[in-house]
Design a protein around this ligand. Structure first.
Ligand SMILES: [Zn+2]
Ligand SMILES: [Zn+2]
Length: 343
């Protein structure tokens, strides 16, 4: 199958994306070619564009929350049928034999490749993926609704798991990941405190709608001490702030791939067996577990859709905190909102 495709290309970091007309890629060994229907816009895409992350393949097609349909299979590409809807996450490929891969921690693989970072991603009409790292998607979601599950949802879920059995959880930064994980935490019977940028009344109201028992400014104290905190906001100064409100034995989980420097803090706020840890990437097991759980937990995603050609605008709206829920690119004609298919 030959043909061309439209894609939004990052030629160099710290530059806007450029609309390009490219040859449609051919699937190699173990790869599938997807006709992309939707692709989520993640904060990590901003970090790649802005040069906070240094390993980007250039030129690059961003996007690691890809929902598409299999249109062509390379040799030995197994697990999915032509015409099947699949999801492609951030973890694009691992080596399979390093110490991390061999011990069930492929998220830490020394030679991992990442969709929309070291591999081309989904800001395009077509995308390639290694079939072994793709997921079947639950039917309960439209294409646009399913997209944010693939990073915001499942990396958020990994971060929530790292909080252990904490009853009271604080979430700093109420964006795409938080709006999904809030629903899971509530379904699990936990109490959620949501922290937003100071003065973000809309964000705080949104968090309460999704089950937060308290929502306030990131600089505020929660009504009670928290058993754990998850930081989705890439702001290092929040680490000591969260620690100060976390109970003995509690964990502060840094869920983003990039964070500004963490300021010095007194040992006394870490004392008492508190932990600070990060979450890196995902394993395929995380994805399978979360995608099975999301419909059972009644998780709904709220998406704001943009046509592919408006990818720069979607990134700007995300950067300025104007997106409620998750931003998602939908392929096809402008104004073709896939949510209308649900009626
Ligand atoms: Zn490995
Ligand atoms: Zn992401």
């Amino acid at each position: 199958m030959g043909g061309r495709m439209k894609a939004m290309i990052l030629d160099a970091q710290r530059r806007p994306l450029r609309q390009a007309d490219l040859p449609r890629p051919k699937p190699g060994l173990g790869e599938i070619l997807l006709e992309v229907h939707a692709c989520g816009v993640c904060r990590t895409d901003l970090h790649v564009r802005d040069g906070d992350l240094q390993q980007a393949k250039l030129p690059l097609i961003l996007g690691h929350e890809i929902v598409g349909v299999v249109v062509e299979k390379g040799a030995n590409a197994e697990g999915f049928a032509l015409g099947q809807r699949v999801g492609v996450p951030w973890l694009g490929r691992t080596c399979g034999h390093c110490a991390y891969c061999a011990s069930g921690r492929e998220n830490l693989c020394d030679a991992a490749q990442f969709t929309g970072y070291t591999l081309d991603g989904g800001y395009a009409e077509y995308a390639l993926a290694d079939a072994r790292y793709c997921f079947a998607l639950p039917d309960a979601y439209t294409d646009a609704e399913a997209a944010p599950l693939l990073c915001a949802g499942l990396i958020g879920y990994r971060a929530l798991a790292a909080a252990g059995d904490a009853k009271r959880i604080g979430i700093y930064g109420f964006g795409a990941a938080a709006h999904i994980i809030a629903q899971v935490a509530r379904w699990q019977g936990r109490e959620l405190f949501a922290f937003t940028k100071p003065g973000d009344a809309d964000g705080q109201a949104f968090a309460r709608e999704l089950g937060a028992v308290w929502a306030g400014d990131s600089s505020a104290a929660p009504p009670q001490e928290m058993d754990a905190a998850i930081l989705f906001a890439p702001v290092g100064a929040l680490v000591p702030q969260a620690l100060r409100h976390t109970a003995k034995g509690g964990t502060v989980v840094c869920a983003g791939i990039h964070m500004s420097a963490i300021p010095e803090f007194p040992y006394s706020i870490l004392w008492g067996e508190r932990s600070v840890r990060s979450i890196a990437n995902l394993t395929r097991h995380d994805g399978e577990a979360f995608l099975e759980l999301a419909p059972k937990a009644g998780v709904r995603t709220e998406v704001q859709t943009f046509p592919l050609a408006s990818a720069n605008e979607a990134l700007e709206q995300l950067a300025s905190g104007r997106v409620r829920g998750a931003a998602v690119l939908v392929m096809g004609e402008p104004g073709n909102d896939p949510r209308q298919d649900r009626q």
